[in-house]
Each structure stands twice: as C-alpha cells, then as structure tokens.
Design a protein around this ligand. Structure first.
Ligand code: URA
Length: 269
C-alpha cells in the first residue's frame, strides 16, 4: 500500500496532510527515512514511525451507525445517501475503501447497521446457518390478534418455501398514537398523508420487539402482513450481542469497543 494512503487510513490526516508530513522527512519505514508519499509499505510487517510515534496498524475497523430513514444500506448510490456517506460525515473522508455494511436495512428502516471491513465477522453474523439474533422494534397498524402473535412466534407463512423460524415477540403493547415517541408519530402520520396536527383519535397501534434468527428479504414487514397488519415504523435495535447505542441520534455513528467486537465474535461462533 502507498505510504500516504496508509497514514491517511490510520487517521493521521487527509491525503494532502499526510503527504506534507511525509515530505517533511519525519516518517521512517524500518528505520529508513521515507520522504515520498508513493513509497510502498507492507502494513502487516513494516515498522513505521512518525517522529517518535510508532504507527500501529489495525487490520479491521468496526462502527455502529444509527441509520436514519431515507438512507440506503449500500456503499454507492446515485440517488440516495448511503451508510458510507454518513460514516464519512461522522469520521471524515479518509475512511478505508473496503468498509461495507454487514447486512442491509430497507430504506425506510432505521437503526443499527454494523460497518466493517471484517468479512469473516460479517459472514458469521449473517449466515443463515448460524441463526444470530436480530432484534427489531416495530409499530404496526391496528391490533395484532393473539392468533397473529402466535403465528409470528411459532412460524408464519410469508410466501416462501418454508415458514419463518420461531421468533420472540416481547413488550407487546396496544397503544394510541400519543403514547408513541414524537418522531415515530410524525413518521406514522406522514404515511397517512395527513397534516401533522391532525389527531388519530380512536386509532390504535401495536408496538413490540421482534427477535428473529434469520434475515429474509423484508422479513419483518412480510411477517406483520401475514399476521394481518402493516408495519408503520421499524428500527433494528440489536444484532447478536450488539445493542444500538441509545446515545446515537439517527445519522450518528461510533466505533465499537474491543470488548464489543470480542463478544460479537464469541456469540456469532
Ligand atoms: N425486515 C424488514 O422488513 N425490513 C428491514 O429493513 C429489516 C428487516
């Protein structure tokens, strides 16, 4: 890898800033001064210093993003903002070019997206054979009947070859719109094309946390429809042991701690 790219990826500055540092003659590779930005460095075996400071190379990076609605879980998109655009907004443009979202959320789904360049961990989290739990908070239209809940939890026909795997439905509440958070109220009202000031008198909604062990296409929305309702708001709150940090506003992200990464690795097999 080029030395300037390497130092920029290790957060020593923008590509232009690290070029200046390199040209100033303070960078050494294995004890030899490296004054050209294009000098090649082997990130795994070379010993790099900037002045007295050893540059330590981390092979993998891990960020959790609280994805807002309207943003796509892709690395590139010609129309919509991507999760990578948001990562850059949070931590700067000098991110490694191998980071990707480990699993997708629909454009209108909010919540936890893990951004990493660790393909092995991503595979462990997403592999259908490992059944790593994904937990969602959802608000559905009307009341989901006891029979609907039973089907959701025991396995429901969503038009695939097999029923869904058993899921857990927790904290089930039937509520009015006023009992939901203000942001969620606005999202729900916008789907009825109503003025935000209009009330939803007499209307009820079902909120719950649904814990799945698989990740089929539009799975939560299709499960809710098969149970006779419609998802109006959806947010992923957990993947395996990793909970969405409540301190993150939509669009914000933070790096995972070493402990969070270790726990994810352990529980994902
Ligand atoms: N299930 C869905 O229907 N959509 C998502 O974004 C995630 C799970």
């Amino acid at each position: 890898m080029r030395l300037d790219k390497y130092l920029a990826e290790m957060s020593y500055g923008t590509r232009n800033e690290v070029k200046k540092i390199i040209r100033s003659g303070t960078v050494t590779i294995n004890g030899v001064q490296a004054a050209k930005p294009e000098t090649k460095v082997n990130e795994l075996s070379d010993i790099v210093y900037i002045g007295d400071e050893r540059v330590s190379y981390s092979q993998y990076v891990y960020y959790m993003l609280n994805k807002p609605a309207g943003c796509v879980s892709a690395t590139k998109d010609n129309v919509h903002k991507t999760v990578i655009d948001l990562l850059k907004k949070n931590i700067g443009n000098n991110i490694r070019d191998d980071i990707f979202p480990a699993g997708r959320l629909d454009i209108d789904t909010e919540g936890l997206v893990l951004l990493t360049n660790d393909g092995v961990l991503a595979h462990m989290l997403l592999s259908p054979r490992r059944h790593v739990e994904k937990a969602y908070y959802l608000v559905a239209d009307g009341i989901i009947t006891d029979n609907g809940i039973k089907q959701l939890t025991e396995g429901i026909d969503i038009g695939d070859e097999t029923l869904t795997l058993p899921a857990k439905a927790e904290n089930i509440k039937v509520c009015s719109i006023e009992e939901l958070g203000k942001d969620i109220q606005d999202i729900i009202k916008s789907q009825y094309n109503e003025e935000p000031s209009q009330t939803h008198e007499g209307k009820v909604y079902t909120s719950m946390e649904l814990v799945l062990h698989e990740g089929r296409y539009h799975q939560v929305k299709r499960m809710a429809e098969a149970a006779g309702s419609r998802v109006l708001y959806l947010k992923r709150i957990r993947m395996g042991t990793l909970w969405l940090d409540k301190a993150l506003l939509p669009g914000e992200c933070r790096e995972l701690s070493a402990e969070e990464v270790q726990q994810l690795r352990r529980t994902s097999g």
